[in-house]
Design a protein around this ligand. Structure first.
Ligand code: FAD
Ligand code: ZN
Length: 480
């Protein structure tokens, strides 16, 4: 019988810790509990880890040396980027027997080429940093998440992040041309190719994209940059039902095509929470509506076409009774204020008490059915629990969060996480959907893998893991 090292190793030998620390020098080895603390809790405070050492290597060679020693001594390593992940993948276990490897100091943009639209960025560059460097070169890096000021491009790739522009530009996977990865045995794989076409065997970079730190440590990425839009039109619309939202989406897709760059949805309760807890916010519409859509249309020429497309869409949708009321931003400041309403939705759930999170996707056409059935299931299990549905409608991706009943007990509510999330997941699977649309599996959803993957699929995944990380030192107990 194999012994789970996470259960048995409570502490690492001080001499071993010193050997790791010596690989990076004083600037890169943190043992002070206060300085380590931010690396050991995550955004939702669901997991609190322990570690004797946080390593912050300053070069790829240092990452390589760390993994070589880790493999030799079978020391578990937890790669960490900006620590904004929502499934606990970047947090070490409570046993204190794992070392955190933070990529924060690998933060150089190695090259940007505005002409051909490519960039090579190190893993620790924040997503906002990548966006800014692209903009300075007259380009757009389209990946965009509410956490972009903190999350890192390495973390975005390791989680195959989605966000608000995946509708037009795809997830992180679509934006990666090549990777540099340090393997579990310390070897450096330089796969930083800038090619759009390269059919020379297995596309190895795809293995690391979305692997959540379990197959290798991403140290740099070659990225594809998009043309920068010269104009954008941002509209906010109130609708009476999710069916109307679905009809509006299909109308927008047909009439606007690729210029439709975002199509986000939120229920009224999301806006209620935002108005209650978000500073300097106001309802852009005169009356309340059951559902809201925030959509964006982009144009490569500043010829007013994006705005006229948005105007036509809103007018027609209002004539057909789909949209009850709507506004079109008249300035950049107005557009930003509308986007802020959407971006605040995650954080304003915190002051409303405990929240059970389901990050799911279903085929777009089945979202109305999903919302209806999930609402019934939650009401049956816990009357008074408040579903807070929002997300990336155009990708079929709903963040079906559930806030505790008003005035209820937070802990008692959270104890029912598996039961309530389980009921939502059952509906998702019945509709041919996924129980993790963009946040990954990490630690939180690992126990669900046997229910969502066939034995063949699980076997293939385990064999890939064994081939790339024979000793199981990379992020053990996560994903698989
Ligand atoms: P971390 O949280 O540090 O790590 C995440 C995982 O990747 C861990 O398993 C870790 O081990 C691994 N990892 C990190 N860096 C590396 C590396 N260099 N090499 C190998 N493995 C690595 N996600 C979305 O997809 N769409 C959203 O719209 C979205 N919105 C969010 C909004 C808020 C307010 C918050 C807090 C989070 C949101 N997220 C969203 C989740 C999160 O921001 C993303 O998953 C992000 O890509 C994680 O990046 P990070 O650098 O913070 O990674
Ligand atoms: Zn999201």
């Amino acid at each position: 019988m194999s012994v789970d090292r996470r259960e048995t190793d409570n502490a690492l030998d001080p001499a071993l810790i010193a050997r790791f620390a010596a690989l990076v020098g004083p600037a890169g080895a943190i043992t002070d509990p206060e300085a380590m603390a931010p690396h050991l809790v995550e955004w939702r405070d669901r997991y609190r880890g322990r570690t004797p050492l946080v390593l912050k290597p300053g070069t790829v060679e240092e990452v390589s040396a760390i993994l070589r020693l880790a493999q030799e001594t079978r020391t578990p390593i937890v790669p960490q980027g900006g620590n904004t992940g929502l499934v606990g993948g970047q947090i070490p276990h409570e046993t204190g027997g794992e070392i955190v490897l933070s990529l924060t100091r690998l933060d150089r943009i190695r090259s940007v080429d505005g002409e051909t639209g490519t960039m090579i960025a190190e893993a620790g560059v924040t997503l906002a940093g990548v966006q800014e460097a692209a903009e300075a070169a007259g380009r757009l890096f389209p990946l965009s998440l509410a956490s972009e000021g903190t999350c890192q491009i390495g973390g975005n790739i390791a989680t195959n992040a989605g966000g608000i522009a995946a509708l037009a530009h795809g997830t992180a996977r679509n934006l990666v041309l090549g990777l540099e990865v340090v393997l579990a045995d310390g070897r450096i794989w330089d796969g930083l190719r800038l090619l759009k076409k390269d059919n020379t065997g297995y596309d190895l970079k795809q293995l690391f994209i979305g692997s959540e730190g379990t197959l290798g440590v991403i140290t740099a990425a070659a990225l594809r940059l998009a043309p920068r839009p010269a104009e954008r039109a941002t509209a906010f619309a109130g609708l009476a039902s999710v069916r109307d939202v679905a009809r509006l989406f299909s109308m927008a897709e047909r009439e606007i095509g690729h210029a439709l760059t975002s199509f986000e949805i939120m229920g009224r309760i999301c806006l209620d929470f935002v108005l209650r807890h978000g500073a300097d916010t106001r309802d852009p519409l005169a009356e309340p509506h059951a559902w809201y859509v925030l959509l964006e249309i982009s144009g490569l020429k500043a010829d007013g076409r994006a705005r006229s497309l948005a105007e036509d869409l809103l007018t027609r949708a209002m004539e057909e009774g789909l949209v009850r009321d709507g506004v079109l931003a008249g300035s950049l400041a107005q557009a930003q204020a509308l986007w802020r309403l959407r971006e605040l939705v995650s954080e304003v759930q915190k002051p409303e008490g405990g929240s059970i999170k389901c990050d799911v996707s279903v085929p777009v056409s089945r979202i109305p059915e999903f919302i209806a059935r999930a609402g019934e299931a939650v009401a049956r299990l816990l009357p008074g629990a408040r579903p807070v549905p929002f997300g990336h409608f155009g990708d079929g991706n709903i963040h079906y969060n559930i806030s505790q009943p008003e005035g209820g007990d937070r802990e008692a509510f959270l104890e029912r996480w598996e039961e309530i999330a389980g009921a939502v997941h059952e509906i998702v699977l019945d509709l041919g959907g996924s129980i993790s649309a963009e946040h990954g599996i990490g630690r939180m959803k690992r126990h669900l893998m046997p229910a969502i993957k066939s034995p063949v699929e699980l076997d293939l995944m385990r064999r890939i893991k064994a081939a790339l990380d024979a000793e199981g030192i990379l992020n053990p107990g996560k994903l698989l």
